[in-house]
Design a binder for this molecule. Sequence first.
Ligand code: ADP
Length: 627
Amino acid sequence: MADVSLKHVYKVYDGGVRAVNDFELDIKDKEFVVFVGPSGCGKSTTLRMIAGLEEITAGQLYIDGELMNDVEPKNRDIAMVFQSYALYPHMTVYQNMAFGLKLRHTPKEEIDERVKKAAEILEISELLSRKPKALSGGQRQRVALGRTIVRNPKVFLLDEPLSNLDAKLRVAMRSEITKLHHKLQTTFIYVTHDQTEAMTMGNRIVVMKDGFIQQVDTPITLFEDPCNLFVATFLGSPQMNIVKAELFLEKGVLKAKLNNSDQQIVTFPEIKAKQLADKKYIGGHVLLGIRPEHVKPNEGDLKVYVEVVEHLGDETILYTKMEGRGEQFIVKIPFDSSIHANEEINIKLDMNHIYMFDKETQKSIMGIPHEDMIPVQIKDDVFVIGKQKIKIDEEYQKHLLDQAYIGKNYLAIKPEYISLDKTPNSLKITAKLEFIEEKTDYDALYFSLSGIDGYYALKVKKNTHPKLGDEAEIYLPYAKLVIRDEENNRLNSREIVYPNKFDARVSKKNGQMMISVAGTTLTYEDKQEVEEGEYDLIFKQDQLKPLFNKKLLKSGLKNPEMSNPHNVIKVAAYDEDVLGKKILAYVAVSGSENYASFVLDNNFSVYKMPKFSLYVPEDAFTLVKKQ
Ligand code: ADP
């Protein structure tokens, strides 16, 4: 029995490989959580950090509320099952299962009781006297599970435990493990690259890619509302079809032209058209997604050429090409022997099940978004949201990067965090509730904001709708509120952002301007605009460049070009925060008592080089004369 909680967990390997970034997850007691994603996305690393087999670079791991970062693996009360089940060949099944307990000096009678009970749960009681070589693959895997069950761990960690088994056995063991989870009533964390395993086994699935969590949700919600193109195409078999499309309005009705072809036009039903969050896409190109099971053959006026027909028992899969286009388009229908390869057929897309993605960011832009992205401008201490001007919470404002104050950005928040009930420490916005979409697990309410085109979603429990059409207050908890730029970089940091302000003295000699700051002297050509004297020097957050050590230079990182290699400040970092393609390094500046925060490229991590120098180009600071 255990809750497992990961807070902003990072893993940076030697050489700077960022295997896991800002991993945030609360796993509830008795949950079966699956980490899924392509090879190399950081699943095993995360699991190994939970097990204690891999050091956590930054962030915290809690098991039952207790900080585990520095607790020895053997004292974490967890058990890990690996893909290679490494049974001792010279021991019987009983001895294999008892071995760990014996090492821990568990009394003989208790060992006997636990081994027999585990064998019963796994239905291997009759195999206890056999040696591993006399077992099938599936039986060996069960013994490996038995070896961990006897220890009564609080948490089970399973790393691709079925990948060495053949396809048929894998399917059988899938349900065995699910049953085992029911019987043991323990927290399970399961790693796999196989989407079917994930979809069939997990209560919740964590989809990962390139070291980042993409989406966490129940299988059904991930399937119904994928947050981006990656999740949409990773889950589901055969995978979702993706078609290039241009959106346009005809007499007020939203339509799309597929593959640049005037012959291929689809029309959105009103409920879908309304769910297009940002009207800027109308007139532009997007990616449309439709699952193979939501395409009907021999109807409608889209034409496809059938290349291959596969009959799989009660269903038929058509591999087709759309007119004029090379990309495959798959259709899945109940068994049908009337359609043949090498013929052209008409198809109709069920537009109630259409998905839409931004072609650059690949985020879902129709239906329940992963995050509502509400346009915002920040002016001094105010959020300007359409026609509303709302004062920003003082504490929150201390976490805003300089870039947050420039241009058009977004308030990003997951629909499930927005509340209709008054919540403390929240941004209160007035919204109009416009329409409802009923989902399997919840209802989605869409609201509009005065002065902004488009609709934003919030999730409520089924059948708890307030009255629609009315103005209502909605509450966005500051703790969950993210500011993003157009490129999806985060512009609010986890820790307080320091103003980067330092005492400086400017002096001049021989056409040069010398700035003494933080115990160093920066020298530039004297451009006359600044006179000698005492100043406040403010380093711009995003203009200083780190100098790398030999090891990092070898791994391919490059130092900036420097017109004066002495123009550097030395810093010691105490943390970093991944913002997207950038990181924010929190540093103490040597030669001064001040702290500072710098935005650097994310190919660098302060965890691999906590002390470093930053090159200060000529335009990387401003000087304000002291009064
Ligand atoms: P997955 O389990 O999703 O296949 P891993 O967690 O094994 O992914 O790996 C994530 C990333 O970390 C990969 O880029 C991998 O090459 C890298 N990696 C894993 N182990 C090490 C290591 N010991 N040293 C350096 N890089 C590693």
